[in-house]
Design a protein around this ligand. Structure first.
Ligand code: PMP
Length: 454
């Protein structure tokens, strides 16, 4: 056991419960039992909690921390200088232009950008832009996808029976948002047949990164692209997680060879500071004020500290072996996990891509384990495990999520491995992780999977 004592975290949690709603500022942080560990500091690939326990961290801030917890020198220096110059101005700066140019230079589909402060703001603004530009109201999203906590996309259900995904969201929003199963060509074709002329946009992550990690079946993106083109709808890729992670500097859209009309970014492009962005074809983006009549604005938009952190982060990633390092360790980890799962829990599925990974607690026993796909699964029908790999959010939600929460997650935390506390969020390997970390992590998984400690 590595994690032995929680007494300082217990005390802080008790205190927090008297001042913060549920003791936290984002609900997922309250999920760990018996208490969330309060962080003292980050150190490379590790988090150190207030009781002195050290964890090999795969939450990585839910995605922004490409380098781990220690920022490379140029990022740290840039941030310090920006702070020393005065934290923000509400007046344009050169660094926001440079960051925009960097993104435009690397992401083929992006010609103009608007920087905002979170992924939620980015997708909310992208929805308004798509509606304003097309003059239509309906947006198609993927069931179990997540695009931030705002009215347009907090919608559950299916094409014919949709309802608000949170108290406080009016039914009127559910009327305009159509959830479809990811990877299901028949359903999306049917939706376009029935509603094509009302659809402003299809919004999807290139792979579902908030629902276990579900990879696209070959051809699905192309179908979305074709349907949007045929019906005058926009294709929006939400690359809040995948942007500048999957596919490196070209993002997931470069890796999959698809050009969306609009892209939302966040996380990595802020180098660990709050950020979001909408990017896309100039003709569409110009519909935003001040050139167009789709309103969007923000006191902190293009915040100089964030912009410099993002710019230096992306430059560092371009000039060093960052993506080859994180992707190779991701591959090693998935491959090792695949071996463990085959031996101990063949009903589970290892999934992920590049530096993202997850074990899904799916229940169906495979009929063959020969020639299964390992790293870089392409969801190809000829794969013997094709039928077993999750294709939709519902497939992931059918897994043993209780086991994850009640016992598996804490058993790994006790062994010094910090995973995302709910089973739907992706986990990330950072530039700070080493082969030793991967070995240690696999040892911990081995103990937990083999004994079903969970
Ligand atoms: N889109 C996706 C794909 C996300 O994963 C998230 C958050 N994890 C968001 C949007 C919302 O981003 P934020 O938390 O920065 O508001």
């Amino acid at each position: 056991m590595v994690r032995e004592c929680h007494s300082s975290s217990y005390k802080l949690y008790d205190r927090a419960l008297e001042s913060l709603v549920g003791g936290v500022n984002s609900p997922v942080r309250a999920e760990p039992r018996p208490t969330p560990s309060f962080v003292d500091r980050g150190d490379g690939a590790e988090l150190v909690d207030v009781d002195g326990n050290r964890y090999c961290d795969y939450i990585m801030g839910y995605g922004p921390l490409l380098f781990g917890h220690d920022l490379p020198e140029p990022v740290r220096e840039g941030v310090s200088e920006a702070v020393a110059d005065g934290p923000m101005y509400g007046v344009p700066t050169d660094v926001e232009v440079e960051l925009a140019e960097f993104i435009i230079d690397h992401v083929e589909s992006v010609e103009r950008l608007r920087f905002v402060n979170s992924g939620t703001e980015a997708t909310a603004a992208a929805a308004r832009l798509a509606r304003g530009y097309t003059g239509r109201d309906k947006i198609v999203v993927m069931q179990s996808g997540y695009h931030g906590g705002h009215e347009s996309f907090l919608v559950d259900g299916n094409v014919d029976d949709r309802k608000p995904g949170s108290a406080g969201v009016p039914d009127a929003f559910a009327a305009e948002t159509i959830p479809v199963p990811f990877n299901d060509e028949d359903v999306i074709r049917d939706v376009f047949e029935r509603h094509g002329s009302e659809i402003a946009a299809v919004l999807t992550e290139p792979l579902l990164g908030n629902c276990g990690i579900v990879l696209p079946v070959e051809g699905y993106h192309e179908t979305l692209r074709d349907l949007c083109d045929e019906h005058g709808s926009l294709l929006i890729f939400d690359e809040v997680i995948t942007g500048f992670r999957v596919g490196g500097l070209q993002c997931a859209q470069g890796k999959y060879g698809i050009e969306p009309d609009l892209t939302t970014f966040a996380k990595i492009i802020g180098g660990g500071f709050p950020v979001g962005a909408i990017g896309g074809r100039a003709e569409i983006m110009q519909a935003f004020a001040p050139t167009g009549d789709v309103f969007e604005s923000g006191t902190f938009n293009g915040h100089p500290v964030t912009m410099v952190a993002g710019l230096e982060t992306l430059r560092f990633a371009r000039e060093h072996d960052v993506y080859s390092h994180v992707n190779e360790l991701g591959r090693q980890l998935r491959s090792g996990l695949q071996d463990l799962v085959e031996e101990h829990t063949p009903e589970y599925t290892v999934t992920g891509i590049d530096s993202m990974f997850k074990i899904l607690f799916t229940r169906d026993a495979p009929d063959t384990m020969d020639g299964h796909c390992r790293a870089g699964c392409k969801q190809r029908p000829e794969c013997p495990r094709f039928e077993l790999c999750p294709k939709t959010g519902a497939d992931v939600r059918a897994g043993e999520t209780d086991r994850w929460k009640r016992t598996f997650w804490p058993a790994l935390a006790d062994r010094g491995v910090l995973l995302t506390p709910n089973q739907f969020e992706s986990q990330f390997v950072s530039y700070a992780h080493t082969e030793d970390d991967i070995e240690r992590t696999l040892d911990a998984y081995q103990e937990v999977l083999s004994t079903k400690v969970g």
